[in-house]
Write a protein that binds this ligand. Structure first.
Ligand SMILES: Nc1ncnc2c1ncn2[C@@H]1O[C@H](COP(=O)(O)OP(=O)(O)OP(=O)(O)O)[C@@H](O)[C@H]1O
Length: 616
């Protein structure tokens, strides 16, 4: 089920740098109508610096008044002025910070929307692409909490702006004492930054390795909780195996993090050593000036506090850039995911509008298909025409390539060689989203929406045509069941979301999927094993209604049950990656080939059963 996790090669470099990612966030806040995030962040930075400056000057100003024996009224005025200043700036700062939160959450949710849209509409081959899936997992982590990069970046940008502003003001202040001090602090700052920057990049350089560990753990956790796996886990005693797999995945994950942590510790040590050197030199120099009587007590206090404050601005800038760097790596991952290459045309491409009453032709011309990484073709040189209004059945053994053929026809996959043509035009020229409107389908796997039965049939929660919903439910043979429920068509499905929702049986769910396919009045209907979960009566009912259900449309019916394909106009048999036989049911039986052989095997047991019954 799960491969041993192996150490991965180094991840590629991030596509975007800190500046580009910060600009991306600023533009996003602007275009998503959250301009106040920018204004409030800037205001918050200015207020932080203002508060620092008021605090810096309060003691030296009072001391200076005392030193020059200022009148008590002046002294009191100075004290009250500073106290009021501190109170006002603090209050404004608290107000601004409290108001920035919701805007920041909105911008993060905007990214979440963009990622969800990408995940729901990306070209189908991407869904199967390992690199895309890893990027999506990692991107989700970058946006799923308030502390995640997509929101925390605003705090970083705000504190960084404050630190830079403070830095500039303090530089001009300290230059009046000794410009060399500034040089020492700057040099040590740059060295700290470069070391920190390199070491902190470890996380990004190994982000895909980390995402893989997390995917394994999420998968195992998901399986343990998955309703559909609950029976398997119990009956096959899978718990120890799942726990063992989780333990192994957790071990690799912990080892990865211990290694990352030890790398980050070196960044911290380098920062501390350099900060110590900076402070020692600066304080020694100021004490020297006082001893030589070049500096008064109030000035000494001002510069002593300013050096400490300056070091903090510098450390803030250093830390800020390092944090921004890490967050920028995450934002870069999100952007790479959002910009992941789309092999299909969604924005451009020729526009087509499905007309339910019009008849279309689909032709596969010398089509071959090989799955990425596979060593041989699943399908080779297929030539097939689905004539307007034709009912085509596709049969073959497990793994023959029936579903792959259906995916090529529906435009989920593009051929590796050859072309799929709609009314003579290569489908690659069409807008792929438009092309999908041509199809309605029942796939092998069910996808139930967390909603009512009516919304599941209509695949929408507004403008539902209830008459049509009832008609389709009736055709799918589910009317009696639905109408026996107290809430009828408004009954909720999906217990994971709605308390008290009902659980349909496998066969009932399959009929619901059929009703959904019928509701969408598309020119083509694709049915991939639509009776696999049905009982014999429901199955026979469906065969009888098949003509009625598909009337006026072209249909592709994939099935293992050869008898079920009788009602189709033509049957094709897929074998050895190609179409081995073609004709009506009777023609294929007469041919006496593989189809006839398989039909014989399938019908044998029924016949034997009938014979046994007869003997009794
Ligand atoms: N996403 C994929 N990546 C790689 N190989 C795949 C993928 N999907 C299917 N295959 C392989 O392609 C072959 C054909 O699969 P396909 O699902 O088309 O067969 P099928 O005829 O529909 O089978 P079944 O009757 O069991 O549903 C199989 O060998 C399968 O392992």
């Amino acid at each position: 089920m799960i491969k041993e996790i192996t150490k991965k090669e180094k991840d590629p470099k991030p596509k975007y740098n800190m500046g580009q990612n910060s600009w991306f966030m600023i533009k996003l806040a602007w275009t998503s109508g959250e301009k106040k995030v920018l204004v409030l962040s800037l205001l918050s930075a200015i207020l932080a610096v203002a508060l620092n400056l008021v605090n810096l000057y309060v003691s030296p100003a009072i001391l200076s008044a005392v030193e020059r024996h200022a009148p008590v009224a002046d002294l009191l005025l100075t004290i009250v002025g500073f106290v009021l200043g501190i109170m006002l700036v603090s209050a404004a700062s608290t107000y601004v910070n409290a108001n920035t939160l919701y805007g920041r959450i909105s911008v993060r949710c905007e990214i979440l929307n963009l990622l969800n849209r990408k995940a729901a509409t990306t070209s189908y081959p991407n869904v199967d692409d390992d690199r895309y899936r890893k990027l999506l997992t990692k991107s989700s982590e970058c946006i799923n909490t308030n502390q995640a990069a997509a929101e925390a970046i605003w705090t970083t940008l705000t504190t960084l702006t404050a630190n830079l502003l403070g830095f500039i003001i303090y530089v001009s202040l300290l230059t009046s004492v000794q410009p060399l001090l500034i040089l020492i602090i700057l040099v040590t700052t740059v060295i700290s930054y470069l070391i920190g920057n390199y070491l902190n990049g470890y996380g990004y350089r190994h982000r895909e390795e980390e995402a893989e560990y997390e995917r394994h753990m999420d998968y195992i956790t998901g399986r343990a909780r998955d309703l559909s796996a609950a029976k398997d886990i119990r009956i096959f005693g899978l718990r120890p195996w799942l726990e063992d797999l989780y333990g192994k995945a957790m071990e690799s994950y912990t080892a990865f993090h211990s290694k990352a942590q030890s790398v980050y510790i070196w960044a911290k040590i380098a920062d501390l050593v350099l900060a110590f050197l900076r402070n020692a030199i600066a304080y020694a120099y100021l004490i020297g000036l006082v001893i030589q009587n070049d500096l008064g007590v109030a000035e000494f206090l001002l510069f002593f506090t300013a050096v400490g404050g300056f070091t903090q601005w510098v450390a803030g800038i250093l830390g800020g850039f390092n944090t921004l760097h890490k967050q920028s790596l995450d934002i870069s991952t999100v952007r790479e995911c959002l910009e992941y290459d789309e092999p299909f045309k969604f924005d451009g491409g020729e526009h087509i509008e499905a007309e339910a009453d019009r008849k279309y032709e689909i032709r596969l011309e010398n089509v071959s298909f090989c799955y990425p990484g596979a060593d041989k073709n699943t399908l080779t040189n297929i030539n097939l025409t689905l004539h307007p209004g034709e009912k085509l059945a596709v049969v073959g053994l497990n793994g023959a390539g029936k579903t792959t053929l259906m995916k090529l026809i529906c435009g989920f996959l593009d051929p590796t060689e050859g072309r799929v043509l709609l009314d003579g035009k290569d489908i690659r020229n069409f807008n792929r989203a438009d092309y999908y409107t041509m199809f309605s389908a029942v796939f092998q796997s069910f996808s139930i929406l967390a909603g009512t039965i009516a919304t599941n049939v209509a695949q929408n929660d507004v403008g539902i045509d209830m008459e049509r919903v009832k008609e389709c439910i009736e055709k799918a043979g589910l009317r009696a069941k639905i109408e026996s429920l107290p809430e009828g068509y408004e009954t909720y499905l999906n217990r994971e979301v709605y308390e008290g929702a009902i659980l349909l049986s496998g066969g009932e769910t399959q009929r619901l999927m059929l009703a959904r396919a019928l509701y969408k009045n598309a020119p083509f209907i694709v049915l991939d094993e639509p009776t696999a979960a049905l009982d014999p009566i429901a199955e026979s009912d469906m065969y009888q209604k098949y003509n009625e259900m598909t009337s006026g449309r072209s249909s592709i019916y994939i099935s293992h049950r050869l008898a079920s394909t009788r009602f189709c106009d033509r049957i094709i048999m897929i074998d050895n990656a190609g179409i081995s036989e073609e004709g009506t049911h009777d023609e294929l039986l007469k041919l006496g080939g593989k189809y006839a052989g398989l039909y014989e095997v399938q019908s044998k047991y029924y016949k034997e059963g009938e014979a046994d019954n007869g003997e009794e």
